[in-house]
Design a protein around this ligand. Structure first.
Ligand code: GDP
Ligand code: MG
Length: 147
């Protein structure tokens, strides 16, 4: 059985817990505890392979610099001699009328940081949330990170 560990990182309030809970339960419940960190575990089958997925939801952080965060993730992977799989995800697509970051800015940041880019909504689009997480898991397992 392979283990895949995924950390969902970002500023407080961006919807990290909402995305994880949506993926695991299919539900969007609206309010999520943020006082303690959680690790969620799920067994799933991808391309006929059984995987143990661990999803790490940190207790909410101060506003990280995205550029710095992405660089740290790649550096950390290089130090451990593994390939990094980093997805840059813009949540709350349903609130596009009050958008603060354009899709183009997000795409550019992702290209510079060698990440895949997604925009979605935990509130509205279960299928896209599920697809995004399954792509993260598939990429991580294809990169030989699964032990
Ligand atoms: P976290 O601090 O990153 O874990 O953020 P939360 O998951 O606790 O979400 C913060 C707030 O944003 C909550 O009130 C959620 O209901 C709301 N939220 C999360 N995702 C979405 C979304 O896709 N659309 C909308 N409209 N609200 C969202
Ligand atoms: Mg949270």
């Amino acid at each position: 059985m392979n283990d895949i560990k995924v950390a969902v990182l970002g500023s407080e309030g961006v919807g990290k817990s909402a995305l994880i809970v949506r993926f695991l339960t299919r539900r969007f419940i609206g309010e999520y505890a943020s006082s303690s960190e959680c690790i969620y575990r799920k067994r799933l089958s991808i391309d006929g392979r059984q995987l143990n997925l661990e999803l790490y939801d940190p207790c909410s952080q101060a506003k990280p610099s995205i550029v710095h965060l992405i660089r740290e993730l790649h550096l950390g992977a290089t130090k451990r001699d593994v390939d990094s799989v980093v997805f840059l995800v813009g949540n709350k697509q349903d609130l596009c009328h009050v958008r603060e970051v354009s899709r183009e800015e997000g795409q550019q940041l992702a290209a510079e940081g060698k990440c895949q880019f997604y925009e979605l909504s935990a509130a509205e689009h279960y299928q896209e949330v599920a697809l995004m997480f399954s792509k993260v898991v598939r990429n991580a397992s294809l990169n030989g990170k699964a032990k």
